[in-house]
Design a protein around this ligand. Structure first.
Ligand code: RFL
Ligand code: PHB
Length: 396
């Protein structure tokens, strides 16, 4: 069956769903295809922290209601090292900027609900996704739907929002895409626990036995992470060991970590990865399909949403106004932000994690940098500006 749409979107993660929503606001129709189920997409535990610009964008496009009612605004973070906890006041350092704790699961739920309520076509549980005729003005998107029917959609443009393991990046012509990447010799063990957070704002702790992070999802649910070896087996981390290690690495005099039932437990590898260009003719990559950052700077979701904000404007100019300029600039425009965030995420990661192996040089550099960031207003401002989001997002 051959059908038509203006923009074929591969992937119903935050990038693909938000792109479909933004295009609809500009009168451009799209079809979203997703190989997982709706329930899986809505439950997948990932990011939790939004830059100020991302929250402003969500409000501006009608997706701020639940976030404003239930999200938690934070005006800073704690940086901890040598058993001392230091507060960085973002509002003071940046002239009023903040971040918001609002889970990716909730953003995805709101987006799916908004797309379906608007009558959009979002196809879950597809298989055999393919993109073809990429050298033509009408590229094709093919997939098999949940009932087993094969479809072919003739598109004016295709957006590859299919994450790091998707098919779109590898569908670009051989030799076009350059990859710059960095691996890290450690992973994060993340837990979700039903216990009120033991802190009002996030705690990033550099400890000689490894990094730890205390974050949260709601006033009743805590999220915590531990640095573990890159190839660690989750079976080696029963709940009691996780809480003991968190207590050890987050310890400061006079403070106590409350524990509770762990409802989710997973290990994620750490990687920096940037593919460029993010476009071949009428195929555009956005979000994790084009770039990955280690989670220490909390940038992945924010970058994905920034990419599609730029892309929605570019596709509107191309498809509605016949102006190819912003589409031609899309890759360069997005990569400037991507590389800024890539540097910041690498810098935060390198400052806070313990490298395996004996090396007295690295830890001293980390401590010198942490002392500097917590004592110099200029250094603290650099962190605060990057963390809360440096480039404003434009959604006219
Ligand atoms: P996603 O979310 O991976 O969505 C891609 C979608 O495409 C689907 N797909 C396909 N569909 C059809 N056909 C195919 N062939 C397909 N192949 C794949 C997939 O099923 C999926 O539904 O990418 P997107 O939309 O670009 O969004 C990116 C974000 O999910 C990601 O960057 C963040 O979660 C990263 N991240 C964080 N980002 C932040 O900004 N702040 C944070 O606090 C933060 N914390 C985190 C994080 C990521 C983590 N993990 C597990 C990687 C914490 C963790 C632990
Ligand atoms: C999260 O809330 O999951 C989170 C917050 C900040 C990070 C990484 C993850 O740097």
């Amino acid at each position: 069956m051959t059908a038509r749409t203006q923009v074929g979107i591969v992937g119903a993660g935050p990038a693909g769903l938000l792109l479909s929503h933004l295009l609809a606001l500009r009168g451009i129709d799209s079809i979203v295809v997703e190989n997982r189920s709706r329930a899986y997409c809505e439950a997948r535990q990932r990011a939790g922290l939004l830059e100020a610009g991302t929250t402003e964008l969500l409000r501006a496009v009608g997706l701020g209601k639940r976030m404003d009612a239930e999200g938690l605004e934070h005006g800073g973070i704690y940086l901890q090292f040598a058993r001392e906890r230091h507060h960085l006041d973002f509002r003071d350092l940046t002239g009023g900027r903040w971040v918001t704790i609002w889970a990716q699961t909730e953003i995805v739920k709101d987006l799916i609900q908004a797309r379906l309520a608007a009558g959009a076509q979002v196809e879950f549980e597809v298989s055999g996704t393919e993109v073809a005729d990429l050298d033509q003005d009408r590229p094709l998107l093919r997939y098999t739907d949940a009932a087993g029917t094969r479809h072919e959609i003739c598109c004016d443009a295709i957006a590859g929002c299919d994450g790091f393991h998707g098919i779109c990046r590898d569908s670009m012509p051989p030799g076009l895409v350059q990859v710059a990447e960095r691996g890290y010799p450690y992973s994060w063990l993340g837990i979700l626990a039903t216990v009120p957070p033991s802190t009002d704002e996030l705690i990033y702790s550099r400890h000689q036995d490894g990094f730890a992070l205390h974050t949260m999802r709601t006033r009743q649910v805590s999220r915590l992470y531990l640095q573990v070896p890159a190839d660690e087996d989750i079976e080696r981390w029963p709940d009691g060991r996780i809480w003991a290690e968190l207590r050890h690495r987050l310890d400061v005099p006079g403070w106590e970590l409350k524990d509770g039932p762990i409802t989710e437990k997973a290990i994620s590898p750490m990687r920096s990865f940037v593919a460029s260009p993010m476009r071949y003719r009428r195929l555009f990559l956005a979000g994790d399909a084009a770039h990955i950052v280690p989670p220490t700077g909390a940038k992945g979701l924010n970058l994905a949403m920034a990419d599609v904000t730029v892309l929605a404007t570019a596709l509107t100019s191309l498809l509605r106004d016949g102006d190819p300029g912003p589409a031609d600039a899309y890759s360069d425009t997005s990569l400037r932000r991507v590389w800024r965030a890539t540097h910041f995420s690498w810098w935060m990661t390198s400052m806070l994690h313990v490298e395996p192996g004996p090396d007295p040089f690295g830890p001293e550099l980390q401590l010198a940098q942490l002392r500097y960031v917590t004592s110099s207003r200029a250094a603290a401002t650099t962190l605060a500006e990057n963390y809360t989001g440096y480039y404003p997002l434009h959604w006219p």
